[in-house]
Design a binder for this molecule. Structure first.
Ligand code: HEC
Ligand code: HEC
Length: 219
């Protein structure tokens, strides 16, 4: 009987020791994964909140789907680009919807620090790549036509086409009959150059993407 009791005590002690070691090990790994929080990052988060960026954008899954997700934006854009953009979006991205949000130098730099900090968070591959992969302008192997994929991710929130899409802009179902391909391509390169009073922001597409969308809308 005593030997069984001793054995049980031993088992409890060993499990306890193992649990203590594993907890210690996980906490140590967690600490390694957390990036240092600087004063700029903290202030930048405040700028992010004060300007209601999540009314249009998502970050780490929170926010609205009107504008691009910004969790990994600092991978796509360097810090200089971001700071310039926050000071005067229209100068860097002519015609952008964001042209009215102009921040002072300090706020712009802190916001950039915040988004740079966010990009280093290990999100396990989230957000997923845009539909069509990293280069939606490239032809897709046997999947949806490239133009359709781009339209779905960059245009359909504002435009209807063949029965689905948003209503902020005109229905484009018959655009192939109303406008020539050349007109469409020039418009998508720079809406205001073709229609000076156009309220549509420059969609910032590459020429392959423009060709693909024009093909999709007119065929
Ligand atoms: C009214 C909606 C709206 C608000 C508010 C807004 N944005 Fe945007 N933002 C957009 C849209 C739409 C785009 C894509 C460009 C375009 O179509 O004009 C964009 C583009 C961007 C880009 C560039 C994305 C890229 O892919 O290069 C960044 C960075 C950005 N916004 C950050 C912010 C930050 C930070 C705030 C808050 C200070 C903010 N935005 C507030 C709508 C908004
Ligand atoms: C944020 C909303 C928004 C997004 C996103 C958007 N548009 Fe527009 N678009 C508009 C609005 C509003 C108009 C209204 C007319 C104008 O001001 O030119 C317009 C006009 C147009 C026209 C001109 C129609 C005409 O005959 O005058 C075309 C073509 C067009 N958009 C295509 C696109 C394509 C393709 C995309 C995606 C790459 C896109 N738009 C993205 C809002 C948007």
């Amino acid at each position: 009987m005593t030997s069984l009791r001793n054995l049980l005590i031993l088992v409890v002690l060993i499990s306890g020791a193992a649990l203590a070691y594993l907890s210690y090990d996980s906490t140590a790994q967690l600490e390694q994964r957390t990036m240092p929080l600087t004063e700029e990052v903290v202030k930048g988060k405040q700028v992010w909140q004060d300007n209601n960026c999540i009314n249009c954008h998502t970050i780490l899954g929170n926010g609205a789907y009107f504008a691009p997700d910004l969790t990994k934006i600092a991978v796509k854009r360097d810090q200089e680009w971001l700071t310039r953009f926050f000071k005067d979006p229209g100068e860097v991205w002519p015609g952008t919807v964001m042209s009215k949000i102009r921040l002072n130098v300090e706020d712009a730099e802190n916001l950039t620090a915040f988004l740079t900090w966010v990009k280093d968070i290990d999100t396990n591959g989230w957000p997923p790549e845009p539909p069509g992969g990293k280069n939606p302008g490239q032809p897709q192997d046997g999947r949806e036509p490239a133009g359709k994929v781009i339209f779905a991710s960059k245009c359909s929130m504002c435009h209807r086409f063949n029965g689905s899409g948003g209503i902020a802009g005109p229905d484009l179902t018959n655009i192939g009959r109303e406008r020539s391909r050349e007109w469409l391509k020039s418009f998508l390169r720079d809406p205001q150059e073709i229609k000076p009073d156009s309220v549509m922001g420059n969609p910032g597409l590459g020429s392959e993407e423009i060709d693909a969308i024009t093909e999709y809308l007119t065929s």
